[in-house]
Write a protein that binds this ligand. Structure first.
Ligand code: AMP
Length: 471
């Protein structure tokens, strides 16, 4: 769960990167970094904390140069530490190179064990560092070829921006699991995890980086290639359900449109007599609007969110998460008191938040509480870059919908079906389709619901107990 940004050939590259990262803050809140280049050298600035707090004008001032990449990070496991903050930058035989990664490499532990056996010394516990070591060992003459060589050996999900003294390279894994878009701003090429980053900097969205595509930008212009074997497209469904910002357009569909259609489908599949539809803000709002539009039951803001706390789930420590629900959400009693309430959220993970929320809605006087979830039951963990707990902690991996309903304390519980979800994702308007330069048809990774992992997950090597941190 990370966000990446890159710009080449802009007079204010680090300021633009700062703004881009600010728009991607929802993708990771632990650490942030910018590496900028002036054609001769790279300057790195990495910090723990939020973009707006870290990047004061004093911190940005020395980051001079026309090229930059940036990163916001939420570790999918392990240490939340400055040594794991990205972009990761190293000096090696061919100069300096910095890399910002969103995704998770499933064979990183094996590769790292092999590299260490051959004498490599790692500076961090990030899977991304494996790519850098593999690049350093490649005998290929150009940066793009060294990167392609390295990526040929890794398996997993990656959207990357890589910066050297003279080049910016953007690349996306062959299945296009994590998003990456390309745009133009004042003649400069820009890349970002999500298109919402372009709106703030007034860049024009050109298209998605295609699955398996590598785009090299340098003084000579832009060059696109497909250095990997073609694979089927498998965009992550969870980006559309929860993770991406609703104002983003990813691989064709607009995220808001998808979420609204999911809410509409949910109303068709799980209609109920009720007085009011409310949402768990912010993640459930768009689907709740769709549910209300389809069912004719009025939508009202029944839960009010404090904007001064982050996403509660994203805090790594369990103790904070429980307290965080109360800190974050409060029911609006006049909307709820004496009513039959439909409450819509995007997903149930452990069930603990939902249980507390339903408790709060009942305490505010609801006569009935009907919970509706705009995706199928989350049964399997993600190994491609979304932070989900282990299978054992996922309530739907070991409980039926009826059991979950009882646990969260709802009168009824309804999840969107897999077919309903795919249908809601599938249809999009012509303009969006034109932007969708990647694969002809939409294939999605829905492993978190189906357990169908498009890239096999190897057993960790016996010699290693630890885990490598994803990005
Ligand atoms: P719970 O009730 O404990 O299962 O938590 C469900 C809440 O967590 C929902 O409101 C979701 O929006 C949110 N959520 C789902 N997946 C994630 C994730 N990977 N990271 C952060 N929050 C999530």
């Amino acid at each position: 769960m990370c966000g990446i940004f890159g710009v080449f050939g802009h007079p204010e590259a680090s300021n633009i990167t700062y703004l881009g990262l600010h728009s991607l803050q929802h993708r990771g809140q632990e650490s942030t970094g910018i590496v900028c280049g002036n054609g001769r050298q790279l300057i790195a600035s990495r910090h723990m904390g939020h973009v707006a707090d870290v990047y004061t004008s004093e911190v940005l001032a020395p980051l001079k140069g026309a090229n930059a990449i940036g990163h916001v990070r939420y570790s999918t496991a392990g240490a939340s530490h400055i040594k794991n903050a990205q972009p990761f930058a190293v000096e090696y035989a061919h100069g300096t190179v910095a890399i910002a990664h969103n995704g998770n490499l499933v064979n990183a532990l094996h590769l790292r064990a092999e590299l260490e056996r051959d004498g490599s010394i790692f500076q961090s516990s990030m899977d991304t560092e494996v790519i850098v070591h593999l690049m350093a060992r490649s005998g290929a003459p150009t940066l793009a070829e060294r990167l392609a060589d390295a990526l040929d050996k890794v398996q997993g999900a990656y959207s990357l921006v890589v910066l050297s003294e003279g080049q910016l390279i953007a690349v996306r894994d062959p299945m296009g699991i994590r998003p990456l878009v390309m745009g133009r701003s004042r003649g400069a090429y820009v890349f970002a995890s999500e298109s919402c980053a372009f709106d703030l900097i007034e860049a024009e969205l050109i298209r998605d980086v295609a699955p398996g595509e590598m785009i090299v930008v340098d003084q000579g212009g832009m060059h696109c290639s497909r250095p990997f074997h073609e694979r089927e497209c498998r965009h992550c469904v969870f980006e559309y359900i929860y993770f991406a910002r609703p104002d983003s357009i990813l691989d064709g569909p607009g995220v808001t449109d998808c979420r609204e259609r999911m809410g509409r489908r949910l109303a068709v599949e799980h209609g109920v007599d009720a007085d009011v539809v409310i949402a768990v803000p912010d993640s459930g709002v768009t689907a709740a609007i769709g549910y209300s539009a389809e069912s004719g039951i009025p939508f009202r803001m029944g839960l009010i969110r404090s904007h001064y706390v982050g996403r509660t789930f994203i805090e790594p420590r369990q103790s904070i998460r429980h307290f965080g629900v109360k800190l974050k959400l409060n029911p609006a009693r006049p909307v709820i008191d004496g009513k039959r309430v439909v409450v819509v959220d995007d997903s149930i993970v452990r069930g603990t938040t939902s249980r507390k929320i339903i408790g709060m809605i009942r305490a505010a006087g609801a006569r009935e509480v009907h919970m509706r979830i705009s995706c199928p039951p989350t049964r399997s963990p993600c190994f491609y870059g979304i932070d989900t707990p282990t299978r054992r902690e996922l309530i739907a991996s070991s409980h039926t919908v009826e059991e979950i309903c009882r646990y969260v304390g709802a009168d009824t519980l309804g999840y969107l079906s897999n077919e309903g979800m795919l249908q809601a994702l599938g249809s999009h308007d012509g303009k969006a389709a034109a932007l969708h330069g990647s694969c002809g048809q939409h294939g999605y990774c829905d492993a978190c619901f189906s357990g169908d992992y498009p890239i096999p997950i190897p057993e960790p090597p016996a010699s290693r107990r630890g885990s490598l941190v994803g990005s």
